[in-house]
Design a protein around this ligand. Sequence first.
Ligand code: FES
Length: 147
Amino acid sequence: MTRKDFLKNIGVGAAFVLTVPCLHSCSGDDDGDGPDTGVTPSAGDQNFTVDLDDTANAALLASGGFIISNRVVVARTVDDQFVAASQICSHEGTDQVVYDELADQWFCRTHAARFAVTTGTPENNVTDRPLRLYTVTQNGNTLIVNG
Ligand code: FES
């Protein structure tokens, strides 16, 4: 059987089954550092307030606690500073960023990227793109998040 006969015999269906997964897995970037879009994934511009008297935000009453609102992680650091960062990771854009109080860093649960809490600078070699941060100002029992 020639190669041409073989390909004719397996048909288009088999070719589709064999090639689609390869095309999918072979597309995208090759550096293992996420899509090379040139744009740092983020939650986008967000301006909102957080009411510290609301029981839904009770995690912020203790050092090391955090909440997620509007795809932004708002945390109270171990030093009692209110900080905020995009829930959307700068590595591959998943929404798995949280505040890790033990390390006092932003941490992405997807591939374990770590970012400095006050600058968003990558702290390990998972990505070289910084995490988007937001400003947080406190007015009484209200946090104002801007970014
Ligand atoms: S998406 Fe890979 S570490 Fe966040």
